[in-house]
Design a protein around this ligand. Sequence first.
Ligand SMILES: Nc1ncnc2c1ncn2[C@@H]1O[C@H](COP(=O)(O)OP(=O)(O)OP(=O)(O)O)[C@@H](O)[C@H]1O
Ligand SMILES: [Mg+2]
Length: 216
Amino acid sequence: MINSEERYRQAFAHIAEIKRILCATEYALKDQRPATVLVTSAAPGEGKSLFVAALATAAAQSGKYRVAALDLNWDRPALHRFFNLALTHSEKALCAAELSALVCPSGQESLDILTAPGDYADCFKGDTQAGAVTARLIGQARTAYDVVIIDSAAIFPASEMMIDPVMLSGLADGVVMVVLTAATPRQQIRRAQKIMESSGASILGVISNQRKLSAP
Ligand SMILES: Nc1ncnc2c1ncn2[C@@H]1O[C@H](COP(=O)(O)OP(=O)(O)OP(=O)(O)O)[C@@H](O)[C@H]1O
Ligand SMILES: [Mg+2]
């Protein structure tokens, strides 16, 4: 049975805007391969995971790339829901195994998904090696795929549980910021942008997600 998140992902991957965003991203990255794009936002819940799922699907459907979408928002995992997958890996498995043994087929040709660990919150002891582990997994993804799209945490509020998107931006060729229009305060968006820029991130663009919060 197809869930509502999967339905959204399939619908979004087909809309003209996503295809334009894919073109703009290709242009910004000058068709470089492998290309790694980090998706983040100033605040939680702005639509990052939906955008990652739709962009990765559109990139795979273009027929030009082998695509991997990585859920590196381990504290609030969501990417699996857009592909009807389960969080089957433990954090220990993610720390030890090769990426090739961890990715799941998405159901879309040329698109593989790395889901987050299912036990991250239970295992978290404050001394996580997540930074080193995610750097290794991104490196392996860049070897095996043409396009790597990373779903990450929001920049605010910073928490010790999250894999810091600012740290991840150093491993990506470009950063896309999702903004939930008319919801996120402008000042917070500016602060997020400054933090990213001052850490050397290349911001490729901003996605305005015009989801109506009052809609069901
Ligand atoms: N434009 C939209 N139209 C309909 N639903 C949307 C839209 N944008 C986001 N949503 C829904 O809002 C919810 C939150 O979106 P999503 O999980 O993508 O946000 P997020 O930024 O990844 O959140 P988090 O910070 O927790 O990782 C999801 O249920 C998603 O399907
Ligand atoms: Mg998310």
